[in-house]
Design a protein around this ligand. Structure first.
Ligand SMILES: [Zn+2]
Length: 155
């Protein structure tokens, strides 16, 4: 369930995420225009408002808003005056391809990187018999360096 503020001036529906606004009092700026609305929600019910408060400073922007009468609109990340998109904003390092790690946070070698050498089998079929020293000598060397530098830990 989600309450909304349907701005009649710019025909924008501002969605009030219930988990944030469940018990909330404050001012929200319309995502489509400069209107500011005062609301007071108690246990998910609109107790007061939405009342237009022209010219007042908003406490927050809605996380998600759209104009259902106009169809879908895509707002690109980084558009000024907009909060980040409702769908999680991909971080720069996640754009394109996955970030491959060869070592766990404790500095121990992991199998979750690619390309795996063909000698390790197809689709991890020899996951329990991965002889890192023989099959991935460069990772083994890197691992020995990490041990020397003290970057490998138990916990
Ligand atoms: Zn508006």
């Amino acid at each position: 369930m989600c309450d909304i503020i349907w701005c009649k001036d710019c025909d924008t529906v501002n969605y009030l995420d219930p988990y944030y606004f469940w018990n909330w009092e404050g001012k929200i700026k319309c995502a489509g225009c400069e209107n500011v609305y005062y609301i007071y929600m108690i246990q998910g019910h609109m107790y007061k408002g939405p009342d237009k408060k022209p010219g007042e400073k908003p406490d927050i922007l809605p996380v998600y808003a759209d104009k259902p009468n106009n169809g879908y609109e895509e707002i690109l990340p980084g558009t000024s005056g907009k909060t980040r998109p409702y769908n999680c904003l991909p971080r720069e390092i996640y754009l394109g391809k996955a970030d491959m790690v060869k070592f766990s946070i404790r500095g121990r070698p992991v199998r979750g990187w690619r390309p795996q050498p063909p000698s390790t089998g197809v689709a991890g079929s020899c996951g329990f018999t991965w002889d890192i020293q023989k099959l991935s000598p460069e990772v083994w060397e890197e691992y020995q360096e990490k041990i020397k530098k003290g970057e490998v830990s138990e916990w």
